[in-house]
Design a protein around this ligand. Structure first.
Ligand SMILES: *[C@@H]1O[C@H](CO)[C@@H](O)[C@H](O)[C@H]1NC(C)=O
Ligand SMILES: *[C@@H]1O[C@H](CO)[C@@H](O)[C@H](O)[C@H]1NC(C)=O
Ligand SMILES: *[C@@H]1O[C@H](CO)[C@@H](O)[C@H](O)[C@H]1NC(C)=O
Ligand SMILES: *[C@@H]1O[C@H](CO)[C@@H](O)[C@H](O)[C@H]1NC(C)=O
Ligand SMILES: *[C@@H]1O[C@H](CO)[C@@H](O)[C@H](O)[C@H]1NC(C)=O
Ligand SMILES: *[C@@H]1O[C@H](CO)[C@@H](O)[C@H](O)[C@H]1NC(C)=O
Ligand SMILES: *[C@@H]1O[C@H](CO)[C@@H](O)[C@H](O)[C@H]1NC(C)=O
Length: 420
């Protein structure tokens, strides 16, 4: 077994300390004094594939993880991350849990395991689950491989509320009078407006909507502190990494390191974004305070996982930020290139300490641009084609990387994991 290929830095700056102290504070509030962020999520401690590979300097190797469940949370940047994973699996011909319905895996209800909610795997096993599902680890574990990494994303609950307000037309549904600032009006009397919306839906658009997606389904427990604590603890043990939309670049670079991927794997263009009236509202502290009281579970989740994200980043050492800058720079170049590129153009991204060299061409650009639902349609078509020809798709051999020192990263080889 290999452990972390990168080591925690010994030099902790004051700023970093502040981050950790705040993190520790949140953890203490939620867990009492026994809790600390684990050194390394268990799933990422996988076998080393160094045997038989030649490398000139001694270094620890890791092989890219290909099995992932991404619990896509509504209005939280989930589409952007989903599309990254769709491209990852598509380029390697991996097998997705594909919804039978247009967009989701049974959400907002429990996933049905007899494959009424999803198409059966053509070769008998799945690698990736990236569409909306009501998260229930027991169920998902029953269909996903044992070494699956579980990841999800959270957004600041107030930002998520604004987005949900706009996307689901909450002011109309909740009969909030026109001419008022609808969010302010709602947050002054949330219970009253909630009653205006007569629904059989098992979740609420304005209250713990993110927590619902992650499995907090008993709405009567929204004010029960011990139920909330228990739930947050459950989420913490269910997931290997929780991304934070407000810190998406850092979250993705951390994901890339954990998963032993290359920077090209996490390139993205924002998906399903739009501007809406409330977006520029800003963070009025009084509104956030009111929302925090109303949507306690979402805030408990966000506070903890933003803090743990930064604690995990701190463990990566200062080299982490150099990689983040490098990635931002690369992403800007690729996006600018893709905006203007004609079909024959190619952009060579040179190898760096953190990525192997790779070529951006028109095909890569078009994959990068695909909206999440279009990508899903393409994957369904790919599935249909494969089923028609009943030809096993050839999986791409997994990349193996070599680490020497903090974050120092070198591509070594591709290894056919099926044969290994
Ligand atoms: C997340 O936590 C960090 C570290 O405490 C803090 O600097 C940052 O502002 C937080 N992010 C948000 C969006 O609250
Ligand atoms: C699948 O299971 C659900 C309950 O989990 C049941 O309602 C449904 O009838 C089953 N469908 C088939 C085809 O077995
Ligand atoms: C990933 O899942 C497949 C089954 O779909 C399994 O054969 C494989 O061992 C798993 N892990 C890796 C690293 O490929
Ligand atoms: C989660 O799935 C398991 C296994 O199907 C089931 O027993 C359990 O009731 C589910 N949880 C909820 C909250 O429905
Ligand atoms: C919700 O939680 C309460 C208190 O634990 C419990 O009595 C009730 O049965 C639960 N409701 C559902 C639908 O699970
Ligand atoms: C609050 O949550 C705890 C833990 O889930 C549960 O045992 C208790 O019954 C809940 N209390 C109420 C009033 O629902
Ligand atoms: C993926 O599968 C398709 C069809 O089976 C095949 O043509 C293609 O070469 C495969 N992709 C890679 C990168 O191996």
């Amino acid at each position: 077994m290999i452990t972390l290929p990168w080591r925690p830095s010994v030099t902790a700056s004051l700023g970093v300390c502040a981050v950790v102290c705040i993190g520790a504070m949140y953890s203490l509030v939620l867990y009492g004094d026994k809790y600390s962020v684990p050194e390394y999520p268990k799933i990422f401690t996988l076998p080393s594939y160094s045997r038989g590979l030649e490398h000139p300097t001694p270094c620890r190797t890791c092989q890219e993880h290909i099995n992932v469940t991404f619990a896509k949370v509504h209005k939280a940047g989930g589409s952007t991350v989903s599309t990254i994973l769709q491209r990852f699996g598509d380029l390697r011909n991996l097998s997705f849990v594909i919804p039978r319905s247009r967009v989701s895996l049974g959400w907002p209800y429990q996933l049905k395991l007899n494959a009424t909610d999803y198409r059966p795997a053509l070769d008998g096993s799945f690698n990736l689950l990236v569409d909306h599902v009501l998260f229930n680890k027991t169920k998902i574990q029953a269909i996903m491989p044992r070494d699956t990494a579980y990841i999800t994303i959270l957004r600041h609950p107030f930002e998520q509320l604004k987005s949900a307000f706009s996307w689901y037309e909450v002011p109309t549904k909740y009969r909030i009078r026109r001419g008022k600032d609808p969010i302010r009006e709602f947050l002054q009397q949330p219970a009253k407006y909630e009653r205006n919306f007569r629904t059989r839906l098992p979740f609420r658009y304005t209250r713990n909507f993110m927590a619902y997606d992650l499995g907090f389904t008993n709405l009567s427990q929204a004010g029960n502190e011990s139920a909330i604590r228990e739930f947050v603890r459950q989420v913490d043990s269910d997931f290997d990494l929780v991304l934070i939309l407000e810190h998406l670049t850092e979250s993705l670079v951390l994901l890339k390191r954990y998963m032993c991927w290359s920077l090209s794997d996490i390139l993205f263009t924002p998906k399903n974004t739009r501007t809406y009236q409330y977006k520029t509202l800003g963070e009025y502290p009084d509104l956030v305070t009111a929302h925090r009281k109303w949507s306690k579970v979402d805030y408990a989740l966000y506070d903890l996982f933003n803090a743990t994200l930064w604690a995990k980043i701190e463990r990566q050492g200062p080299d982490f930020y150099r990689e983040v800058y490098h990635f931002e720079d690369m992403r800007t170049k690729v996006v600018q290139f893709c905006d203007v590129a004609e079909s024959s153009w190619k952009l060579q991204i040179p190898a760096s300490k953190w990525n192997k060299k790779f070529l951006v061409d028109a095909e890569f650009c078009s994959r990068l641009r695909l909206p999440q639902t279009t990508y899903m349609t393409n994957l369904k078509e790919k599935y249909d084609a494969q089923k028609r020809t009943s030809r096993q798709q050839k999986r791409v051999p997994a990349s193996v990387y070599c680490f020497s020192g903090t974050g120092n990263y070198r591509f070594v080889a591709q290894k056919n994991i099926i044969d290994s």
